[in-house]
Write a protein that binds this ligand. Structure first.
Ligand code: BG6
Length: 484
């Protein structure tokens, strides 16, 4: 492992993302000994003019596990907060970033280990509009200057652009300042346990390798559902909609891992090469293979325009034009204010040819990977109904993580991804060409939605979304529902 001082700078430190995700993830890494007090300093940078103590107090509430925290837990939080230092400044001010650099340098001079190298990680928990100016400030005033090695890395969050053009513009602006190996584009779905399990499942199991193709698979569904609306985020959400918020990034990343070919090795570049290839094999999305919806009540949010057509639900069929997948629909479906909070991948197999049991009406073989909540994998299959008669029923082979691995605490996505940024592993981060290919896929549709050429169908909160989506899947994707 690398040694030397480690400075983690969270820019946008008083924002929601930083308080709810970034700092708690850092705290968990600290608690498990991945961030060592004798080398790390965590800097919070934001515009609000407050002092260290005030900042630490504001953060404390997000770190303590609950009202019934033990004195030891409270003590751990205090020890971590002791490593946190707040610097206030604006996102385009020379003074602010010079102050930040001064503080980082001071930390480095105090903590430097024998090799004297320094590691600087800048986490931009900020709106993308300020990425270019912040990156410029970091590049000009805050780079690691140690002759003895180390690195400077930046972490950026979505929304990374709004369409192909804006994403490419942003990539170019940042690309002029930092090399690709220094840029970590986070998609937190890539940090989820069962998403990371996907490659192992596919390429370490003889069961799946010969089955995973158009000869055996009828369709694949990747579904994200939330049982709450855009509460408090309507203003942001209305600018983006469900396709930019969930489908173009989270679901498409999952799609890549399900559909890509086997990489040459586990090297990040080999994996990302395959992801780009499969993205580039997707055919243009057809108008009649899309259903958009908006839940009733969405526009009651005062920050949402009265006539907004922004989709809060979408079902989109992707068609992959390659040897493995020709003819297999990949259904990406996401919605807010639906009947459940769940994300899963459902791989539905074709009917058994010449079915002597006539059991097909009971449902097809299906392999389900539940990403959340309660991580699980299960196979729906047909078995003989126990008893004297020769009858069949659908049953399940079930691997529930909670039962099987109850002693393991599954890490949070952000915790894992931040650790990767410190270790310099880009496997679970989105490369520039991947991002471009993903925007390329959705931009024509998004432009038409933005122009109002595509209508969102109203649906009642707490339901499965517009009935048109189920109809689409039945008619265009031959998707037969085997669950509630
Ligand atoms: C975020 C979206 O990226 O992911 C949110 O902006 C969404 O709208 C969230 O709620 C879902 O993440 P998770 O990990 O709770 O499924």
């Amino acid at each position: 492992p690398e040694t030397g001082s480690l400075s983690i700078v969270v820019l946008g430190a008083s924002g929601d993302l930083a308080k709810r995700k970034t700092f708690p993830a850092l705290f968990r890494l600290y608690r498990q000994g991945f961030l060592l007090p004798n080398e790390v300093c965590v800097f919070g940078y934001a515009r609000t003019e407050i002092d260290n103590n005030e900042f630490r107090n504001r953060l404390r509430g997000y770190l303590v596990p609950g009202k019934d925290s033990s004195p030891e837990q409270l003590e751990e939080v205090s020890k971590f907060l002791y490593l946190v230092k707040y610097v206030s400044g604006s996102y385009d001010s020379k003074d602010g970033f010079c102050n930040l650099d001064k503080d980082i340098s001071q930390h480095e001079s105090l903590k430097n280990s024998a090799d004297g190298s320094s590691r600087r990680l800048f986490y931009l928990a900020l709106p993308p509009s300020v990425y270019p100016s912040v990156c410029k400030m970091i590049k000009t005033y805050c780079m690691n200057k140690s002759d003895l090695g180390g690195w400077t890395r930046i972490v950026v969050e979505k929304p990374f652009g709004k369409d192909l053009e804006s994403a490419e513009q942003l990539s170019t602006q940042i690309g002029e300042l930092f090399e690709e190996p220094q840029i970590y584009r986070i998609d937190h779905y890539l940090g989820k346990e069962l998403v990371q399990n996907m490659l192992v499942l596919r390429f370490a199991n003889r069961f799946f390798m010969p089955q995973w193709n158009r000869d055996n698979i009828a369709n694949v569904q990747i579904v994200f559902r939330e049982n709450f609306g855009t509460e408090g985020r309507g203003g942001y959400f209305d600018q983006y909609g469900i396709i930019r918020d969930i489908i173009q990034n989270h679901l498409l990343q999952v799609f890549c891992l399900v559909a890509m070919e086997k990489p040459v090795s586990l090297k990040p570049e080999h994996i990302r090469d395959e992801k780009v290839k499969v993205l580039e094999s997707v055919q243009p999305i057809k108008d009649d293979e899309v259903v958009l919806g908006q839940y009733e009540g969405y526009r009651d949010d005062p920050t949402v325009p009265d006539h907004s057509n922004t989709p809060t639900f979408a079902t989109i069929i992707l068609r992959v034009h390659n040897e493995r997948w020709e003819g297999v629909p990949f259904i990406l479906k996401a919605g807010k204010a639906l009947n459940a909070r769940k994300a899963d991948i459902r791989v539905q197999f074709k009917d058994v040819p010449g079915d002597i049991f006539q059991c097909q009406k009971q449902g097809r073989n299906e392999f389900v990977i539940r990403l959340q909540p309660s991580e699980a994998m299960y196979m729906k299959l047909t078995v003989k109904k126990p008893g004297l008669e020769m009858a069949t029923i659908q049953s399940e082979l079930d691997l529930s993580y909670r039962q099987r691995y109850h002693a393991v605490i599954i890490p949070e996505a952000y915790e894992r991804l931040i650790l990767d940024t410190i270790r310099g592993d880009q496997q679970h981060f989105v490369r520039r060409d991947e991002l471009k290919a993903s925007w390329n896929m959705f931009t024509p549709l998004l432009q038409r939605i933005d122009k109002g050429e595509f209508k969102s169908i109203p649906y009642k909160p707490g339901t499965r979304g517009p009935a048109e989506a189920d109809k689409l899947l039945l008619e265009k994707a031959g998707y037969v529902r085997t669950h509630g």
